[in-house]
Design a protein around this ligand. Structure first.
Ligand SMILES: Nc1ncnc2c1ncn2[C@@H]1O[C@H](COP(=O)(O)OP(=O)(O)OP(=O)(O)O)[C@@H](O)[C@H]1O
Ligand SMILES: [Mg+2]
Length: 387
């Protein structure tokens, strides 16, 4: 079959206006405004309990919002039951019918609507998810990843405008999950419908989605393209939850120009004013952030060679872990605590071992600034939990 025969549905956009959900006195989702553009791959990312599933269920019509409205393709569907919304959901446990073979599982939605000639559509769907040869097997004769693909085919055959996926890869082991991420992305690109994908795995969200909404405690903390969120986190939660950040408490000693001058412990740091999301007047505190892979380590004996326009901090290596592509260092910086540094393994300096005196340095342009009134640790432990 050629690609052009792949069943095409046009994606719809999803607009949430002030939707919230409270259970008794507990608010699971705070009033939320969100637009998911038609045809996009949108991820809701957040730790356990932050309100991802509740949000998804309100879009599907499986949960009634306490306040607000849900719009699909410009139509207010808040009062419509799930089956009247052009939305299908794929759940973590797939929910395949064990007594039906793969073909009949995929055909189910069509048969239920009384459609007799299902062959062409089912075969196209099985091709799309690359399970044609398995059509006559039962679900328990398939691997987890294959069952997952059946669940996707079974949902897509109904030509929804929007496909909702709630941790659909959660039951798979890491390697299979990585494969399925690429597979789902391919399917989405091919059919062109809107995908809203819920996950607590930040790598998964970044790999698959055009836009990621980072949720925390029933709110969207920040929304954007993966690279933009990663490079320009707006809160400590996003900085710590999406990858790792070094956050340094500093005081503004000079403001007003293109660069802010900061004092951290006994060192001066430079921060591009445009990269500081906090108010930063002279005398105020800010958090200066830098990602571990942006920081270089130079042995103290060679510190003269460091580019003058780099931010620099003196320190001592506390720990070094070789992990193949990179070495991850923990560096103790007097007065500031521990910072993380990831160095690619290209030419390794044999002197960079625990105990060595070093200088950390990085391009000023790679420094971002955050509001210092936030919890500096927010989101840091959650990430480890989710990994
Ligand atoms: N029916 C309910 N009654 C009371 N509280 C509920 C109900 N459903 C969900 N909650 C609470 O609402 C919060 C959000 O739940 P939700 O299922 O949306 O989280 P989630 O982000 O999907 O988490 P996870 O990653 O663990 O699936 C949780 O604290 C949960 O305990
Ligand atoms: Mg959930």
């Amino acid at each position: 079959m050629t690609k052009t025969e792949t069943p095409q549905s046009s994606g719809g956009d999803v607009r949430l206006h002030g939707i919230s959900k409270t259970y008794g006195s507990f608010t699971a989702v705070q009033p939320l405004d969100l637009t998911v553009p038609a045809g996009s791959f949108f991820a809701l990312l957040g730790a356990s309990g932050c309100g991802k599933t509740t949000t998804l269920r309100m879009i599907a019509g499986l949960e009634e919002p306490t306040t607000g409205t849900v719009e699909l393709s410009g139509r207010d569907v808040t009062a419509l039951p799930p089956y009247k919304r052009q939305v299908n959901t794929v759940f973590q446990n797939y929910a395949l019918f064990p007594h039906l073979d793969i073909y009949e599982n995929v055909a189910f939605g069509l048969r239920r609507r009384g459609i007799k000639s299902v062959k062409k559509q089912v075969e196209e769907m099985l091709d799309l998810v690359q399970l044609g040869p398995m059509a006559r097997r039962k679900p328990q004769q398939l691997s987890g990843g294959q069952q997952q693909r059946v669940a996707v085919a079974r949902a897509l055959i109904n030509h929804p405008q929007v496909l909702l996926l709630d941790e659909p890869l959660g039951a798979l082991d890491l390697k299979l999950r990585r494969q399925m991420q690429l597979e789902l992305k391919r399917i989405q690109t091919e059919v062109g419908i809107t995908f809203v994908h819920v996950t607590h795995d930040q790598e998964e969200a970044m790999t698959m989605a055009d836009t990621v909404a980072v949720m925390n405690g029933g709110r969207v903390e920040q929304l954007g393209a993966p690279a933009d969120l990663y490079e320009n986190p707006g809160t400590t939660f996003v900085a710590n939850f999406l990858g790792t950040s070094n956050l340094i408490e500093a005081e503004v000693v000079e403001a007003g120009g293109e660069e802010l001058l900061l004092r951290a412990a006994d060192t001066t740091l430079h921060l591009p004013a445009a990269r500081c999301s906090a108010s930063a007047r002279k005398g105020e505190k800010v958090l200066a952030g830098v990602r571990p892979e942006k920081v270089a380590l130079t042995h103290a004996d060679d510190a003269d060679g460091i580019a003058a326009e780099h931010n620099r901090l003196p320190g001592r290596i506390k720990d070094a872990s070789f992990i193949g592509v990179s070495t991850q260092y923990v560096v103790e910086v007097p007065g500031l605590g521990e910072l993380a540094v990831y160095e690619q393994n290209i030419e390794r300096d044999g002197r960079l071992v625990p105990g060595a005196g070093i200088v950390l340095h990085w391009s000023r342009a790679h420094t971002f600034g955050l509001d210092a009134t936030q919890d500096i640790q927010a989101g840091a432990d959650l990430d480890e939990e989710a990994a």
